[in-house]
Write a protein that binds this ligand. Structure first.
Ligand code: SF4
Length: 376
């Protein structure tokens, strides 16, 4: 059986904002419109039972991540029901976290998350001019001001040391990395994670000119230089992981390095799906052939199935360019979603291959310089 380390629960299928680059709503998939807007009480009960059974069967801790759409659209009352049910079903040391756009954070929500030991990560892409180019509401207005208000509530909560786990930013290679880095430092985040935009060979990510272009790699290399020059740096997970990998250690992030992750996604109707970012490849790409559901199936049955194994194995790249690549152990072939091409499926290097090679080369040079200067 594949060990499950993360269960991602989609608690709301809609979002209160409309990011231009969003893989759920703006990249071709339309199935979200047929899903229940919010997880129901019946699904919460079935989910709690399924997760309790999985926990006993695999005897190994997994993390539970609440996601959307925007998970706080669930509202405090039902969020409390969900968290209470899952806390009753699972051992107390299982980490719970929630990824939010921050706009709906209230004191009541934070008190609930504190009570049920659920930490929050907030998505924000940088200062107002960077964030509001893409992270807009349904009227096309920027969201930055509201998100900052949410982050401020999070920072000021009596339990913020536990609750505030960090920020998640999608890279905009047209932004100034110095301005972005300095902005994030003002938010006193315990950590920052950076993501490439979703996209693939047939539908290039926003702001990527071609497969050969390196704008994202160059942006990250500049960001790395600012980071390394900072005497009191932010914790930047993507860069920390890549530096560790270059030095021969292990990464902790899906999509880089050679570690595989066992991730199950539960949708608002209780169905079991693949990683939902695959929605950006083709309509229905995140669906298994089998219609598994927490109402009718044991999650160990899913984790034991040949279809789940085949999906899990796809984390390892299959393209000959990757298999013979000297940087495979660092890059890992990138995220599955970024390998897609309409005529050859996932059998390609990442659409960010040139960016990755540029960044890894830069990290190698910087690490070598630092080791030499340290010896001197
Ligand atoms: S995506 Fe590119 S850099 Fe990454 S392993 Fe494949 S060939 Fe190497």
């Amino acid at each position: 059986m594949i060990a499950i380390d993360t269960v991602l629960v989609k608690v709301a299928s809609r979002c209160n904002i409309n990011c231009r680059y969003c893989y759920i709503y703006n990249m071709g998939d339309t199935r979200w419109a047929t899903m229940p807007k919010r997880i129901s009480h019946a699904t919460i009960t079935a989910l709690a039972k399924a997760l309790g059974d999985l926990s006993r069967a695999q005897q190994r801790r997994f993390a539970v991540v609440f996601h959307g759409g925007e998970p706080l659209l669930l509202g405090p009352k039902k969020l409390g029901v969900l968290l209470a049910a899952l806390r009753r079903a699972l051992p107390s040391d299982y980490p719970f976290s929630l990824q939010t756009n921050g706009m709906l954070i209230t004191q009541e929500i934070l008190d609930l998350c504190s009570e049920y030991r659920t930490s929050l990560g907030v998505s924000i892409d940088g200062p107002p001019d960077v964030n509001d180019r893409y992270r807009i509401d349904h009227e096309g207005k920027g969201t930055h001001k509201k998100v900052l208000e949410g982050i401020e509530k999070l920072q000021n909560h009596r339990d913020s040391d536990f609750l505030y786990t960090g920020l998640l930013a999608v890279i905009d290679p047209e932004s100034d990395p110095c301005e972005v880095y300095n902005f994030f430092k003002t938010l006193n985040a315990p950590s920052l994670d950076l993501l490439y935009r979703d996209g693939n060979h047939s539908r290039l990510p926003y702001s990527k000119a071609s497969f050969q272009s390196t704008e994202n790699g160059r942006w990250l290399a500049q960001f790395l230089d600012i980071y390394l020059a900072d005497k009191k740096p932010l914790k930047v997970r993507l860069l920390d992981d890549m530096i560790k990998l270059v030095l021969g250690g292990c990464g902790t992030k899906e999509g880089i390095g050679a570690n595989d992750f066992g991730i199950i996604v539960i949708d608002t109707d209780g169905s079991v799906t693949k990683n939902d970012t695959l929605k950006s490849t083709f309509n229905g790409a995140d669906r298994f052939t089998r219609r598994w559901s927490v109402f009718t199936n044991d999650l160990t049955e899913v984790a034991n199935s040949s279809e789940f194994l085949a999906y899990h194995t796809l984390q390892r790249p299959t393209a000959s360019a990757c298999l013979s690549c000297p940087e495979l152990s660092i890059c890992g072939g990138g995220m599955l979603v970024n390998r897609w091409r309409d005529d050859s499926g996932y059998h390609n290097p990442s659409v960010y291959c040139a960016d990755q090679l540029f960044l890894i080369g830069h990290i190698r040079n910087r690490v070598a310089d630092l080791l030499v200067s340290h010896e001197v």
